[in-house]
Design a protein around this ligand. Structure first.
Ligand SMILES: Cc1ncc(C[n+]2csc(CCOP(=O)(O)OP(=O)(O)O)c2C)c(N)n1
Length: 276
């Protein structure tokens, strides 16, 4: 596992390069992959207790990608910790026999705990997993779940939030990738969420709000999580930029999903390497 902010910053850059390479071959949900890339890198390559060689370990942490369309950024992070290779992801993506596609599927990929894609479903399932762990007497494992801000308009999210507090799921860490955009435009114009942090606080969550594209802030918030055997669920409201790291994609709803040309790929890689 990685340890320092420098290592994690470099790793997040590699994840972005992987995403862009794949995006030059296939349509992927690039905007929301890039916004959550820093959080996912710190989560998978630093924070989570997860051994790819022992995926049935009861003591492992669980991960649920509730915004299931961010499958590519998940797969590349899983590749980085040895579940498979980066080239496996690129070569198999969206092929008939492949393990990787536009949404995460556990029928073909054993490193996916729960198949997702239909928004609003992963979070309730994650709450159920967290409740089951506590009922089975496992007070060591955590359940991490990543949601989108657009996804917050699903009613099931708020039913699950009620349950998370009611069942004292201190082992639950919900992460909202608050990039301000969903597929059709601005959150504030599609389904305004108001003060999301205040809403979760009112439900009874331990709320942290920070810059979700700042590796140091992300790491600090993971480092200071309450113990897994505590009784109040945590939510991270991560302020991010959709398309982060690629200038022409940043804050552009058009880049919710798409494909880039080889010329664009070269331009993006140069920019990420700081040569422009
Ligand atoms: C129930 C459901 N409705 C609609 C969609 C289609 N859809 C896929 S992604 C998306 C936008 C989601 O926005 P957000 O959660 O903010 O994700 P991000 O912008 O981070 O990619 C929509 C509406 C879906 N996958 N599931």
């Amino acid at each position: 596992m990685l340890k320092t902010i420098d290592e994690l910053t470099q790793a997040a850059r590699e994840i972005r390069k992987n995403l862009l390479e794949l995006c030059s071959k296939q349509v992927i949900h690039i905007g929301g992959d890039l916004s959550v890339a820093d959080v996912m890198t710190v989560l998978w390559q630093y924070q989570m207790k997860y051994d790819p060689k022992n995926t049935g370990d009861e003591k492992r942490d669980r991960f649920v990608l509730s915004k299931g369309h961010a499958s590519a950024v998940t797969s590349f992070n899983q590749a980085a910790i040895g579940c498979f290779t980066k080239d496996d992801v690129i070569n198999e993506y969206a092929t008939d026999e492949g393990r990787f596609s536009m949404h995460s599927c556990n029928l073909v990929n054993p490193y996916v705990e729960v198949s997702t894609g239909s928004l609003g479903h992963g979070f309730p399932v994650a709450c159920g997993m967290a409740a089951a762990l506590r009922q089975k007497g496992n007070f060591e494992s955590r359940v991490y779940v990543v949601m989108g801000d657009g996804e917050q308009s699903e009613g099931s999210v708020w039913e699950a939030a009620l349950g998370a507090v009611r069942y004292k799921l201190g082992n639950l860490v919900a992460i909202v990738d608050f990039n301000g955009l969903e597929a059709d435009g601005k959150i504030s114009e599609v389904t305004a969420l108001g003060d999301i942090a205040e809403k979760y606080r009112a439900f009874g969550f331990n709320v942290r709000e920070f810059d979700g594209n700042d590796i140091a802030q992300i790491k600090e918030n993971f480092d200071s999580l309450p113990p897994a055997d505590s009784e109040v669920p945590t939510v991270f409201i991560c302020r991010t930029t959709k398309g982060k790291g690629v200038e022409f994609m940043e804050n552009q709803p058009r880049w919710h999903a798409g494909k880039i040309t080889q010329e664009q790929l070269a331009e993006c890689i140069r920019a990420l390497d700081g040569k422009e």
